[in-house]
Structure formats: C-alpha cells, structure tokens
Design a protein around this ligand. Structure first.
Ligand code: PLP
Length: 461
C-alpha cells in the first residue's frame, strides 16, 4: 500500500513528483539526476519553491497566465462562495456568474456579443475552427472550409490546433495533421522575408496572405486565425501597416477573422485585448490564460452577433445550431473568478501599469543591448516582451539553444524566473521571454532585467 504523502516533507514530495508526474513541456531524462522544482506558494509576483527559495516570477506562472498575481483572496473567496452555492450545471442551462461575466466581458469588446465557455485555450480555438467549418457547410455547401494560419503562431495542443500551428517543431511528431489548414508567412521584420521596412514591410507581409487566398481560391478559404502578437513562436508584434491590410483582405474575400487572444487577452498588452491595439474588428476572439489568471480553468470563444445569428435562423435545419458542448464550461468557478479578476484589473489600473511597465522593460532591454552585443533585437507590447539573442549581430546568426537556456538557468539561480522560446527551428529558438504579472513595479522590472544583465555577462564570459 502506498503511504499518504507527507506534504511537509520536501524530499517525499520531490520523490513522489519524480516517480509519478509527467511534466508538461519537458524531456524527463534530466530529472534522473536533477530534482524537479516544486513551487509551493505565491504572493504578488513572488513565488517560493519547496526549498524555501524566493523567486520573482517574470513569466506569470510559466506560461503568461497569472495576470493579477498570486494570493488574491477576493478571487478565492468569490470562487468558494459560488462553489458552495452551485458548483456546476452544464448543457443548455445557464448560471448567474456565467451570465454576469459574459455581459462584463463583451462590454470590454465593442462589436462582440456572444460568449461560449470552455476550459482551455486549445478548446476555445477548436470551437472557433468548428464555427468556421460549420458556416462553410451552411453558407457555401462545405466548400469555403480552409482555415489560414501564420508561421510561428501557436493555437494549442490538440491535433486540429497543431494543424493550425505554425511551429513545425511542435507538429512534426504528431502527423497526419487535420486537412484544410494552410500556412501564411510570418511577419517578423527582424527575420525579414522581403527587402522592405516599417509600414511597407507590414503591408507586404499582409499581402502575402492575399497571395495565399488567391492561390488556394477565395471560394475555398473560410477563415484566418492569427495571434495579435505571436507569443511562444518568438514574441512577434506585427509591423505597422500589417493589421489594417489584413482586415481589408478578410473583408474583400469574405474570410472570417479569428483572433487568438489566449496569451494577449485580458490586459497582457496594455489593452483589454491585443487586437484593440490595432483597431481590428474580428469575427471570433478566443481567450484563456489571463481570463481568470489561473485561479480557475476557463476559456471563452467570443463572437459577433452576426456569427451567432448564422447558427440560429432556421431551427429545423441541423446546420443551424452549434452542436457542441464543453462539459466543464458549466463549472461556475471560472466565470466567478473571471469577474473578480476583471474587477481587480480595473480597480488597480493594471492596464495603465502594463503600458508603463512594458515601456520600462523595453527601455531596460535596449540599454542592455548597448552593453551586450548578443542582444540582436528587442520587441514587445505591454508586459509581453522578448529579447532575441544572436551569436553575431551583423549576420543575425541565432545564439545556440544551449547558451540561451544557460541565461535562463542563471536567472533562476539569481531568483528570477524568465522564459525562452523553446526547441524551435533556427532563428526562433533564441528569444528570452518576459511577461511578469501586470502588477509589476519599476523595482520588479529593474530586478528582472538586472538579472538578465548579470546572466549575459556570466554566460558570455
Ligand atoms: N493559443 C496560444 C496563443 C497559446 O500560447 C496557447 C498556449 O500556450 C494556446 C492557444 C493553448 O492554450 P491551452 O494550453 O490552454 O490549451
């Protein structure tokens, strides 16, 4: 018989983890000799590991999630109160927090109107893809079913999401992929594909989308799914001129514009949603991580009323309702937490703080690039920033992955957790990622970039 785990015995916890947990996003061999890191507590933007060491969290829970920071009792209280009242009811029935959060959410998204609840970013994106496919069946005899996605974007872990994923290194082990997902070129000017710059570059990158639509046949392309700012694929904010042209192209060819706000959504870029930085009017918006800052599992697929109406006009036609469910979309903890999360962002002025602190991150990284020639490019939007490391600034030869990882590990030694793009194709596996909770202060930002300064000095010595 297995004895109950003694949570107060760090060695027992580490051994239980080592013996039984299959961690996300990591090759396990090193855990045979190195202890897995166990995080036990968080407050504000600091977390403590099982050895009692304090860390500044520069990545919001590892994956851009804990936007309002740790230890928010009012969220925990709201969730508890809701769970003891009604924890769950799924299917056609609604709930009070579900209705209230949907109303609060669309109030932040002019033009959007309907909220479909699910649990993860991948799942929200699956909902969006299914809506686009169903609209193709309903309005175009099934023909306008192709969905375009962009190189370097990521939309989740299911096979359909990977089929829409522009990071080959995440997909290649899992083929065959779902048909009718078609790539368009990435828009990172630093790794330029056209000999242009600024607005002209942005327009050219968007024109490449039109070229794909024309090549595939406009009557076969039903949707375009993009991240507002590419996240794990290299922290890539779009160049100026990109988004207006993308919108124009979608309207011209009657292509539904689906924006994946799983990372950018709910404040990360300094606006409620990343697309709002660029004046876009999407048809479908998905979101997950920051919606409840990790206090509960919730994701949303939000649509315009026009999209919703397409699923409603003739009740006798099976193509006229969305035959879909997410069982745990009926868990009330999600919207209860999300309502408090949104209130905190508003009451504490976290959007404004994100803009100011994001500018500070960029300024600090640019100052570091005067000192460290290995910083090839600095980019970001709000508290979602990246520093691309290169072996040679002139040729832009990417820094090797081992050194990039050594910089991250050195920061961890210093008690600062940062991230990097991971196991990627050359040219995209070399970007340090910074995305602290939106409550970060100037001192926190300086501590994070100061750690990078020290790490670069040591790793490059
Ligand atoms: N979309 C983007 C942009 C993401 O970065 C992620 C996850 O990192 C997802 C979708 C998938 O979200 P989840 O892991 O919740 O399924």
């Amino acid at each position: 018989m297995t004895l109950p785990l003694n949570a107060n015995d760090p060695c027992a916890v580490i051994e239980a983890d080592r013996a039984h947990v299959w961690h996300h996003l990591i090759q396990h061999k090193p855990f045979e000799t190195v202890d897995p890191k166990i995080i036990v507590e968080g407050k504000g933007l600091r977390v403590w590991d099982i050895a009692g060491k304090e860390h500044i969290d520069g990545v919001s829970g590892g994956v851009w999630t804990v936007n309002v920071g740790y230890g928010r009792e009012r969220i925990a209280d709201a969730v508890r109160d809701q769970l003891v009242k009604l924890n769950f009811f799924a299917g056609a029935q609604g709930s009070i927090p579900g209705a209230r959060f949907a109303e609060a959410l669309v109030a932040k998204m002019p033009g959007m109107s309907r909220v479909y609840y699910a649990n993860s970013g991948s799942e929200a994106n699956e909902k969006g893809f299914k809506m686009i496919r169903q609209i193709a069946h309903k309005r175009h005899g099934g023909r306008k079913n192709k969905i375009l996605y962009r190189e370097r974007d990521y939309h989740g872990t299911t096979i359909a999401c990977l089929s829409a994923g522009g990071q080959e290194e995440r997909n290649m082990q899992y083929g065959p992929m779902t048909p009718a997902f078609v790539p368009v070129p990435h828009c990172l000017e630093y790794r330029a594909q056209w000999d242009l710059s600024g607005e002209e570059y942005g327009q050219r990158a968007a024109d490449a989308i039109e070229e794909v639509i024309l090549r595939e046949g406009p009557d076969t392309v039903g949707g375009l799914c993009l991240e507002p700012v590419t996240a794990g694929g290299g922290v890539i904010p779009p160049p100026p001129g990109y988004w207006p042209r993308v919108q124009e192209i979608c309207r011209k060819y009657d292509v539904l514009l689906m924006i994946d706000e799983v990372v950018c959504g709910v404040g990360r870029t300094g606006t409620w949603f990343g697309y709002q930085n660029y004046g876009i009017e999407p048809d479908i918006v998905t979101m997950a991580k920051g919606v409840a800052s990790g206090y509960a599992a919730i994701s949303c697929c939000v649509t315009t009323e026009a999209v919703f109406e397409m699923f409603k006009d003739d009740p006798d036609d099976p193509l006229n309702y969305f035959r879909d469910i997410s069982t745990f979309g009926g868990c009330t903890a999600g919207p209860a937490a999300a309502l408090e999360n949104m209130a905190i962002i508003e009451e504490e002025g976290l959007l404004e703080n994100t803009v100011a602190m994001g500018e500070r991150v960029i300024a600090n990284l640019e100052a570091l690039s005067d000192k460290h020639a290995v910083i090839g490019d600095v980019r970001g939007k709000g508290l979602f920033c990246g520093a691309e490391l290169v072996a040679d600034r002139a040729t832009k030869e990417p820094m090797d992955e081992g050194r990039v990882k050594a910089v991250v590990a050195d920061c961890m030694q210093q008690g600062v957790i940062i991230g990097c793009t991971n196991r990627s194709v050359p040219g995209f596996n070399n970007t340090l990622c910074l995305s602290p909770p939106l409550i970060a202060t100037a001192d926190d930002i300086d501590a994070i970039t100061g750690a990078i300064d020290g790490a670069l000095s040591r790793v490059m010595a």
